[in-house]
Design a protein around this ligand. Structure first.
Ligand code: HEM
Length: 511
């Protein structure tokens, strides 16, 4: 998506395809050969492995009692997998229409995905014990994260547990005011850079670009890896990431800051009394002393970046697209925010008194979200779901979030976007944007509920408010702009959408 000022000059390819100049990554002849060799070896292994997997799938009787979402007939597993690349949404919808709330299966590149369609079953998989189902192994099977984001001497489970704990600690209630103050400062600087053209290309800017690029490289590499035999994955991942170069540049960019912080590290309880504490301090504190190396901390930062960047960007983009299609919503959000910010400033108290803003983000996430088959888990031992569906180890069970978020029994006129649907609810906090419930899974549910959701909520609310106070927004071609660009089960806002911004009076500039 692009955002333009009203004279139509595009000022910033924004959020979904963030700009990154490649001048610093010109590939040498040697690396071009390395790419060709990697691709050639990859294609051979890939065909071999895909053939083996398809054979296993067709002969695996354990899945016979689960109906397919769509019956593709002869050669169905291969055709179904190819269809899934660009049409997951229509496959899920077709399966739901045909089977109602019944569980069905979808072929997905050498494995079956078992899809549950009710909030009761989604709730069940989120609450299943770690001995029965695993989020991290499901992530690994889908994006091969163990090979791209985890050092070879550690497991995805172990490192994510440390990252999650550190994020939770860094966002505790006691530092809420500081988090809001830091965010408002960052957001006003970032928008001035991107939208008011006060750009600079300093050290921080390079790191931002590298972080965004690295997330994309990791996801792209990770999506290819599950097609390769397990034994080759580490090699292929290292080769791809070496050639792409972003992981190395990211690590070297952070090296001196992290090693200095490791050298000076003292327990947070001591440090907090005399100095500012940030997420890096929490990462170091939560890491067992024998693992406190620059390499380990770099990997933790990568994991939190991958979890945070595109999830937040996609969620904001989708909400902005809805907002830009309606002058009325913009007017109402301005009327809600202006007097509160005037009296309370950009504080947690202020944003907790904006039910319309909260509702708008929640409604956008209900309608769109970041994934079509989420929450999802990998089955670790034979398990029977409460609807009688038997699933065997290594099966991925996922939730049809579109069907659950469009359940008419829970959401009246569920197919319609109703920005203030949740605004009138008496107890706003019990149904807020960042609060998962059995009928709202934007941030997952159960023990793996997103630990960054409070930060995401705060930053998205501030960015929406900044934009709505400072600009009038119009979207070009609203129908096409609201059409998503999905890839397999990942949702992305339309890549061709353009929002035009017209600056409002200077008095509206509020941060
Ligand atoms: C709008 C933005 C975001 C959305 C929609 C989102 C969504 C999610 C979802 C759906 C999950 C999986 C939960 C489950 O399966 O039960 C998750 C996990 C996670 N998220 Fe977020 N997230 C967002 C922002 C962030 C941010 C800003 C951070 C970091 C500061 C973050 C860090 C994580 C981590 C570390 C996990 C893994 C938790 C675990 O393994 O237990 N997320 N997120």
């Amino acid at each position: 998506m692009a955002i333009s000022l009203a004279n139509d000059s595009v000022v910033a390819p924004f959020l979904i395809r963030p700009a990154l100049t490649h001048s610093d990554s010109t590939l040498s002849l040697a690396s071009s050969w390395a790419i060709v060799a990697t691709i050639a070896v990859g294609v051979v292994l890939l065909l071999f492995s895909a053939a083996l997997k398809l054979k296993t799938m067709s002969s695996h009787g354990i899945y016979d009692h689960i109906p397919p979402a769509i019956d593709y007939g002869i050669g169905g597993i291969l055709r179904g997998s190819l269809h899934l690349i660009m049409s997951a949404r229509s496959i899920l919808d077709a399966g739901y229409r045909q089977h109602g709330g019944r569980t069905f299966k979808i072929p997905a590149f050498g494995m079956w995905r078992v899809v549950v369609n009710t909030s009761e079953l989604a709730d069940e998989i989120c609450k299943a014990s770690e001995d029965d189902m695993s989020l991290h192994l499901a992530l690994d099977a889908t994006f091969a994260m163990s090979y791209t984001m985890v050092p070879s001497y550690c497991s995805l489970d172990a490192i994510t547990a440390i990252v999650t704990k550190a994020i939770r600690q860094s966002l505790s209630k006691s530092v809420e005011h500081q988090v809001y103050a830091d965010l408002s400062d960052e957001i006003s600087t970032a928008f001035k850079d991107t939208l008011h053209g006060v750009g600079h290309d300093g050290n921080d800017d390079q790191l931002v670009k590298l972080s965004i690029r690295l997330t994309l490289d990791i996801m792209a590499t990770g999506m290819l890896l599950p097609l390769f035999p397990r034994a080759c994955r580490r090699f292929v991942a290292d080769a791809c990431l070496y050639v792409l170069g972003t992981k190395r540049r990211f690590a070297s960019h952070l090296h001196s800051v992290i090693s200095e912080r490791l050298r000076l590290h003292s327990p947070i309880a001591d440090k907090a009394s005399r100095d500012r504490v940030d997420l890096l301090d929490h990462f170091i504190e939560q890491t067992p002393p024998d693992k406190r190396t620059v390499d380990f901390i770099v990997h933790m930062i990568m994991i939190s970046n991958v979890a945070a960047i595109h999830t937040s960007a996609i969620t904001l983009t989708q909400a902005l697209l809805h907002l830009a299609t309606s002058q009325e919503y913009q007017r109402e959000l301005r009327l809600e925010a202006s007097p509160i910010l005037e009296s309370l400033g950009w504080t947690p108290e202020a944003f907790s008194q904006m039910p319309k803003l909260d509702s708008f983000l929640k409604e956008s996430s209900r309608m769109n979200g970041i994934g079509l088959a989420s929450p999802f888990r990998m089955v670790l031992r034979d398990y029977t779901l409460s609807d009688g569906t038997r699933v065997s180890p290594e099966t991925i069970v996922c939730s049809n979030i579109r069907a659950i978020h469009r359940d008419e029994r829970v959401y009246a006129h569920a197919e319609e976007f109703d920005g203030f649907r949740f605004a009138d609810q008496l107890n706003v906090s019990s149904s807020s944007f960042d609060r998962p419930t059995r009928h709202y899974y934007a941030f997952g549910y159960g023990r793996h509920t997103c630990p960054g959701r409070f930060l995401a909520s705060a930053e998205l609310k501030m960015m929406m408010t900044y934009l709505v106070l400072n600009f009038d927004m119009v979207v070009e071609d609203p129908v096409a702009s609201l059409a998503p660009s999905d890839f397999v089960f990942s949702i992305s806002a339309s890549r061709s959408a353009r929002i035009l911004l017209k600056r409002r009076g200077a008095t509206q500039s509020a941060i």
